[in-house]
Design a protein around this ligand. Structure first.
Ligand SMILES: Nc1ncnc2c1ncn2[C@@H]1O[C@H](COP(=O)(O)OP(=O)(O)OP(=O)(O)O)[C@@H](O)[C@H]1O
Length: 221
């Protein structure tokens, strides 16, 4: 894939199988291509050459179906929180679920409470702290009921306890999520994955069990 004249990702030949790795982490230095790889899987960028499919869906030809299938949590929560209050934002996401409309408000409040954001429900999203907004963005995306969840640095703004809680959610996500891919500099989070890809210079530099890949990554830092 190219962004401008320079290729960002090269010679990627990857199969990410949820049966063997329901949680995969992408680690690697700044600018190595982790976010670009996630964005390829949501059709936010398209490959110049080669092919991407997500559960058989082609981002180029089936973008609408793909967007219903995949949830993307951006690093910057303000890029995706659109409603004035937290409860309205989660309720908006629930419009994409099968739940009847009359139950959206109640269910949104339940989801916020489960995420530890209950007190924020009726407050302005702008009044929430940046970490609370990051957690809210994840809660809202999960409320859409994606099969595949892509998270770009979901713990950057979080305190240790909340980061661990997010790690637990990504490790054991609510149905119907069956596969999670996370790009992260948080090596504690990466250590919880089944598989870790170390991306460097737009290539997969190492691919394997977290213990091995993270130890090698730490050793060269
Ligand atoms: N829209 C774009 N236009 C031009 N270059 C881009 C674009 N998006 C990404 N790039 C370039 O692609 C490279 C990889 O960026 P990417 O955001 O995928 O890296 P990353 O590994 O996620 O980095 P970080 O850890 O800093 O978030 C960088 O050199 C970046 O400048």
């Amino acid at each position: 894939m190219h962004a401008g004249p320079r290729p960002v990702l090269h010679r990627l030949d990857l199969e990410l199988d949820p049966a063997t790795a329901p949680l995969t982490a992408l680690i690697g230095p700044n600018g190595s291509g982790k976010s670009t790889l996630l964005r390829l899987l949501d059709g936010l960028v398209l490959p110049d050459a080669g092919r991407v499919t997500v559960d058989g869906l082609d981002p180029e030809r089936q973008l609408k179906q793909l967007r219903r299938h995949v949830g993307f949590v951006f690093t910057d929560p303000d890029a995706q929180l659109v409603m004035p209050t937290a409860v309205e934002d989660v309720a908006l996401s629930l419009r994409r679920s099968d739940l009847p409309r009359r139950r959206h408000d109640e269910r949104a409040r339940e989801l916020l409470a489960e995420a530890g954001l209950g007190e924020l429900a009726d407050r302005s999203v702008r009044e929430a702290s940046s970490g609370q907004r990051q957690l809210l963005a994840l809660t809202s995306v999960l409320a859409t009921g994606p099969r595949v969840l892509l998270c770009d640095e979901p713990t950057t703004l979080l305190d240790l306890r909340t980061a661990r809680r997010v790690g637990a959610v990504l490790r054991d996500p609510p149905a119907p999520v069956g596969q999670v891919l996370v790009a992260t500099h948080d090596l504690d989070l990466a250590a919880r994955a089944d598989r870790v890809l170390w991306i460097q210079g737009g290539r997969v530099h190492a691919d394997g069990a977290p213990g091995d890949v993270i130890a090698a990554y730490r050793a060269q830092a």
